[in-house]
Design a protein around this ligand. Structure first.
Ligand code: NDP
Ligand code: MG
Length: 382
């Protein structure tokens, strides 16, 4: 039987990679739903190519403009995630959330009851609302798999172990485009977007260049694996061949290496090990393995790492403040409103404002509350 699947954010980097994997095994998939914010032309082409019957375009104007075209082609077009109730008649097999930013949180929470398995790339929703996501996962017996490559690796490395056996988790970082270059306020957008190893969406690429992405990934690991922050470290691996290392209390150290391609975590989130389809696995890259060049992060250069000291031990609304401030500042940089150095300079300055301290002790209780706090943070930056 065909696997029924949904791709939220199909027009972005992770979404397109997912579709390219499906393309090789098209006859075994029924793509039930694709979504985009505003890339109507691309999602229309994707829907035609994969014979998709349901599409969401969240941008109202774009949705209206394309209504007739979709109708003519017998594709149901919707404008928001409230329509999941109309779209899904019963649980589908697999959903990937490849939306970028905190706007991915609402669809994550809403889709869980309609899918047997959810793969989440959207780290912002995990960081801001993991306790709410986990509650929905448990309530609906939906399986979860992380797609961020480091977390996918940790997930695989600790699969047969109990959390209490873990001594340390190490997340690797490429160091981004400025690992061996000076960082200054004159850095151009194109330079910050020029990641040496990964081709990703703009927002995450800027976060990789400031290493804020690693701060987020440490928090993401804290949440997903329910592990104390003091047990999570970061190591630079410039060639991005190694994705995570787990040190166990019994002396065993496990590491996970794979080609620098998001195809691998995504492929493995779609197919289980018993499936006939095999990944086109390359031989061990001995040259890369001999040149891992692991080192500690230079914290006086990558000042974003200072933020780690502020992260509360329990789920809190502070994480939403952090994500929201960073979102705004990255946007401002991408729109030429602030210089490169100002992203982290303002972030650290604002996050230390007294008014935000109280959020460290508040556990998120609803999506609405998270979005209210996001607006408070956004308005302070603007
Ligand atoms: P992209 O920017 O390339 O794509 C984002 C997708 O989400 C697009 O389809 C976009 O639509 C849609 N989208 C954006 N904003 C909204 C919104 N407000 N409402 C509805 N849909 C929206 O991002 P990436 O694919 O790079 O990243 C996706 C997520 O995965 C991020 O959270 C990122 O941190 C994470 N991730 C990405 C990796 C990568 O290699 N790219 C690696 C690890 C994690 P539109 O096309 O209209 O803008
Ligand atoms: Mg990652």
């Amino acid at each position: 039987m065909k696997k029924k699947i949904a791709i939220l954010g199909s027009t972005g980097s992770i979404g397109i990679t997912t579709l390219n994997i499906i393309k090789k095994d098209k006859k075994n998939f029924d793509i039930y739903l694709l979504t985009t914010n505003s890339n109507a032309l691309k999602i229309f082409k994707q829907s035609k190519e994969f014979n998709v019957k349901n599409v969401i375009i969240t941008n109202k104007q774009k949705c209206l403009k394309w209504k007739k075209t979709f109708a003519k082609n017998k594709i149901n077009l919707y404008n928001n995630f409230e329509n999941f109730n109309k779209i899904f008649k019963k649980k589908i097999d697999y959903t990937i959330n490849a939306i970028s930013g905190i706007d991915g949180l609402i669809p994550t929470i809403k889709v869980i009851k309609f899918t047997k398995k959810i793969a989440i790339a959207n780290k912002e929703s995990i960081i801001c609302g993991w306790n709410l996501i986990k509650k929905e996962l448990d309530k609906n017996s939906t399986n979860f798999i992380p797609v961020d490559s480091e977390h996918f690796s940790i997930f695989k490395l600790i699969a047969d172990n109990n959390n209490s056996q873990i001594k340390k988790i190490i997340i690797t970082a490429s160091g981004g485009p400025f690992l061996n270059k000076k960082i200054n306020n004159k850095i151009k957008i194109s330079e910050a977007l020029n990641h040496p190893n990964w081709k990703m969406g703009k927002k995450i690429t800027i976060d990789s260049s400031t290493m804020m992405n690693k701060v987020f990934e440490v928090i993401e690991a804290q949440k997903i694996f329910n592990i104390n922050l003091s047990k999570i470290d970061i190591l630079i691996n410039p060639n991005s061949y190694l994705h995570a290392i787990v040190i166990f209390k019994n002396g065993i150290i496990k590491m996970l290496a794979h080609e620098t391609k998001m195809d691998i975590p995504i492929f493995n989130s779609i197919y289980d090990e018993n499936h006939k389809i095999k990944f086109n696995t390359k031989n061990l890259d001995i040259i890369k393995l001999n040149k891992l060049n692991l080192s500690k992060v230079n914290q006086s250069k990558f000042k974003s790492l200072k933020v780690l000291k502020l992260i509360p031990k329990k789920h809190s609304l502070f994480e939403t403040i952090l994500i929201s401030l960073n979102d705004e500042l990255v946007n401002m940089f991408l729109n030429n409103k602030i210089g490169y150095n100002k992203i982290i300079f303002y972030l650290i300055k604002i996050i230390n404002f007294k008014i935000f301290k109280k959020y460290c002790n508040v556990t998120p209780s609803s999506v609405e509350q998270i979005f209210k706090v996001r607006n408070i943070a956004k308005n302070i930056v603007l």
